[in-house]
Design a protein around this ligand. Structure first.
Ligand code: SAM
Ligand code: DTB
Ligand code: SF4
Length: 347
């Protein structure tokens, strides 16, 4: 006899009773993590299809505009001056180099250009250079994103006035695991920066890293922090730790790949309209695992041969993957819609 699975009701995805509708408890999120893998993926797909075309992927290209020599001690980061990772520090890139890289990213199909600096926070003398980069990149017709460390309210407003679309600032992990990873800035410092970004009217890009020795409960707690931000971020990067020799986390135990996929699915379910980015760590994943991440609700990637200081899958490998999965880069018209449009214009 064939057994038919019980239909899954979307109302059962809501936060626990007794908490405000919009808030997720860690226990409710852990219950999602605990679902059978197929049920979790099915639920994530249901939510994903309510809000997005499941065959579309947003492409963001990263550039390190100021590399290394950072005074902070984030235990995962090759750019901290406190660890010997053999990385050579460099100054802020000149504007023309940034614009050249942005133009190459656009030519390859990226729609957003993300500029990252290894700073605790930007200095007043950096701001005119930064705002010129934002202005130049947006004039090319690309969305702009920056990640420069902590911002005060005035700096956030300056970036907004320059036309910045997104600011990336990650919570990285749960509040109770945070101290095991970073000592030079607090969780509250990160929340304060996110508040300044939000109040300035810039879209918030905020996520974290999986594989830093955290427990599942701590992963659920990071997800609760993100999902309970009001409003939750427009973009959520989920990074799989890239272990870099010389950093304190170089020998961290990798997480089970299915646990990583579960984290993507949980992000999709708890933040239905956010763009979930399958971020660092893709180079270490095979195509099948990446496909599972897309099936779980990831709909954005970092696209281009480099992240900040580490490598990312080659563009040709990604293009081949899109082709094999029938994924369309966002902003690219599908064959069907472009032939419909040309038929309409010929009529
Ligand atoms: N310095 C700024 C800051 O930390 O706010 C911006 C750049 S920082 C490199 C941006 C994010 O990259 C970090 O918050 C972290 O989530 C991610 N990241 C850095 N090194 C990583 C690694 N080895 N593996 C995965 N993600 C990493
Ligand atoms: C994010 O969440 N991941 C990106 C971006 N935001 C800035 C950075 C990943 C960095 C990986 C290690 C490196 O290349 O240095
Ligand atoms: Fe510095 Fe950012 Fe790296 Fe932390 S993550 S050490 S703040 S560059």
């Amino acid at each position: 006899m064939t057994t038919v699975a019980a239909p899954i009701s979307l109302s059962s995805l809501r936060p626990a009773q007794g908490v405000p509708e919009s808030r997720w408890t860690v226990a409710a999120i852990e219950a999602l993590y605990d679902l059978p893998f197929m049920d979790l993926l099915f639920r994530a797909q249901q939510v994903h299809r309510q809000h997005f075309n499941p065959n579309e992927v947003q492409l963001s290209t990263l550039l390190s505009i100021k590399t290394g020599g950072c005074a902070e001690d984030c235990g995962y980061c090759p750019q901290s001056s406190q660890f010997d990772t053999g990385l050579e520090a460099s100054k802020l890139l000149p504007l023309d180099e940034v614009l050249q890289a942005a133009s190459a990213a656009k030519a390859q199909g990226a729609t957003r250009f993300c500029m990252g600096a290894a700073w605790r926070s930007p200095k007043p003398r950096d701001m005119p250079h930064i705002t010129a980069m934002i202005d130049g990149v947006r004039r090319m017709g690309l969305q702009t994103c920056m990640t420069l460390g902590m911002l005060d309210d005035q700096q956030a407003r300056q970036l907004k006035d320059a036309g910045l679309d997104y600011y990336n600032h990650n919570l990285d992990t749960s509040p109770d695991h945070y101290g095991a990873v970073i000592s030079t800035r607090t969780y509250q410092d990160r929340l304060d920066t996110l508040e300044h970004v939000r109040e300035a009217g810039i879209n918030v890009c905020c996520g974290g890293i999986v594989g830093m020795g955290e427990t599942r409960t701590q992963r659920a707690s990071l997800m609760a922090q993100l999902a309970n931000l009001e409003p939750y971020p427009e973009s959520v990067p989920i990074n799989n730790l890239v272990p870099v020799p010389g950093t304190p986390l170089a020998d961290a135990e990798p997480v089970d790949p299915f646990e990583f996929v579960r984290t993507i699915a949980v992000a999709r379910i708890t933040m239905p309209t956010t763009v979930v980015r399958l971020s660092a760590g893709r180079e270490q994943m095979d195509d099948t695992l990446q496909a599972l991440c897309f099936a779980a609700g990831a709909n954005s990637i970092f696209y281009g041969d480099r992240l900040l200081t580490t490598t990312n899958p080659q563009v040709q490998r990604d293009q081949r993957l899109f082709q094999r999965l029938g994924l369309k880069p966002q902003g690219e018209r599908s064959q069907a819609s472009s032939s419909a449009a040309s038929a309409a214009s010929a009529a």
